[in-house]
Write a protein that binds this ligand. Structure first.
Ligand SMILES: *Cc1c(COP(=O)(O)O)cnc(C)c1O
Length: 434
């Protein structure tokens, strides 16, 4: 595989962009090798600047449920751009997209558009604190809610200790207001409530965890969170930046029939353009400025280009799409599991809807500890083997694979065939050199 152009550009990029990229996981640090620079994407295919083509399972980390550059979307965007890209004044499209979101996810009685998932979670936390008059938030180890200070926190020595920052630059003050619980572990949440009476404003959760690799919620976990929040006067916030419009048209909340107080959205809602949103109960959202006193603003929020992409994307989510995606994902998950077995490589494949993660471990993966028992080194070898064979999986063991409407049975079967070779590489402890 020839990658000289990407390598050369990566050297140049490192002299201008920190680490050569604009978001860390793109740098291939945990899988080895240099990142590939992409020339274009179409359907389920990525083409790099050396002319190599790959079946893409990153799909921009989730937004591209209709594939790269669907013709209808490009047409709608071109038409919208001719009318201007941003007004800094309201446009009809925001109202239309807001109403469509509420129709699909009725718990969002009011919604505010922003430009990223990070903005959505950060702002939802502010609303929850304002509404409850409490400072502390609970998050789960291994869940990601964007890069705002309050969320860059992991557990200290035990679930009851105050959080310690994951990143330098996060103040002890910010980290100290974030408490960490175990995913799929209601007892750890109960213990936090017991130790922090009347201090917890909200629980943030990815109702289907996708950022430690895919970890679905255990039976009763989301219901239990709803019950605990109600018992302790805290708000329940679902971070559906990945699961929204992907798990089902109504998100994980529709699928598991649990109604959160607030919901954060991103990724699919922007159809590949920068869009996020938060919304929920009217009484809470009416606290947001200018309806209420909780300040939050954005120069490019709700701009017509972004809203056009969101509208096109949501309008094209048909029930049949979910059935097709789920069947394809099941086929891929089964194929990967079987190929690993034949090569004698221990593998646990978690799959849900159009998401999956193959974990290189012998343990069933249901929380952060079991997820991180997976071998990042074996995954790296597998990843490089897949690239060699024309498949582009996420460049990290601890991420979800995303399928889209553009993935075909043929592409999935090609992926499984490539995986046979890549698992052999893992078993042999070798990898194709590039
Ligand atoms: C991607 C993601 C975010 C952050 O969204 P950005 O648009 O990258 O800021 C927040 N929460 C979850 C669950 C995500 O997957």
């Amino acid at each position: 595989m020839k990658t000289s152009r990407s390598s050369k550009l990566f050297s140049r990029a490192q002299r201008i962009l920190p680490g050569g990229v604009d978001s860390p996981v793109r740098a291939f640090k945990s899988v080895g090798g240099n990142p590939l620079f992409i020339k274009r994407g179409y359907g389920a295919t990525l083409e790099d600047i050396d002319g190599n083509k790959y079946i893409d399972y990153v799909m921009s980390w989730g937004p591209l449920i209709h594939g790269h550059a669907p013709r209808g979307l490009i047409k709608a965007l071109s038409a919208a751009a001719r009318f201007g890209t941003s007004y800094g004044a309201p446009s009809p499209l925001e109202v239309e997209l807001g109403e469509r979101v509420r129709k699909m996810m009725p718990s969002l009685e009011r919604v505010r558009f922003v430009s990223s998932g990070t903005e959505a979670t950060m702002s939802a936390a502010r609303v929850a604190r304002a509404a409850t008059g409490r400072d502390k938030i609970v998050k789960f180890e291994g869940c990601y809610h964007g890069h705002a200070d309050a969320f860059l926190v992991k557990a200290g020595s035990g679930a009851l200790t105050l959080g310690t920052p994951t990143s330098p630059g996060v103040t002890r003050g910010a980290a100290g207001d974030t408490l960490i619980a175990g995913y799929n572990d209601l007892a750890s949440v109960e213990a936090l409530f017991a130790a922090n009476r009347n201090a917890i404003a909200t629980i943030f959760v990815e109702p289907i965890a996708g950022n430690m690799g895919l970890v679905p919620p255990a039976a009763g976990f989301l219901d239990g969170l709803r019950r605990l929040c109600d018992a302790h006067g805290a708000l329940l916030i679902f971070d559906e930046v990945i699961s929204g419009f992907r798990a089902a048209p109504g998100g994980a909340q529709a699928l598991f029939k649990v109604r959160p107080d607030l919901t954060c959205l991103g990724k699919i809602i922007g159809g590949g353009l920068p869009v996020g949103a938060y919304g929920g109960r009217t009484d809470l959202m009416e606290l947001v400025s200018p309806a209420g006193p909780v300040y939050q603003a954005g120069t490019l929020s709700g701009n017509p280009l972004a809203m056009t992409a969101g509208l096109w994307c949501l309008e094209h989510l048909k029930p049949s799409l979910y059935r097709t995606l789920s069947a394809l994902t099941t086929r891929l998950a089964a194929g990967l599991a079987e190929a690993a077995r034949s090569a004698n490589v221990p593998l646990q494949v978690n799959a849900f809807g159009s998401l999956l993660t193959p974990f290189f471990t012998t343990q069933p993966v249901r929380d952060f500890a079991s997820a991180t028992s997976a071998s990042a080194e074996q995954y790296g070898r597998f990843f490089r083997g897949m690239l060699e064979r024309g498949v582009y999986p996420p460049p990290s063991q601890f991420e979800a694979w995303f399928l889209s409407a553009a993935h075909t049975t043929r592409a999935v079967d090609k992926t499984i065939a490539a995986a046979r070779g890549a698992f052999d590489d893992v078993a042999k402890g070798t990898s194709a050199t590039r």
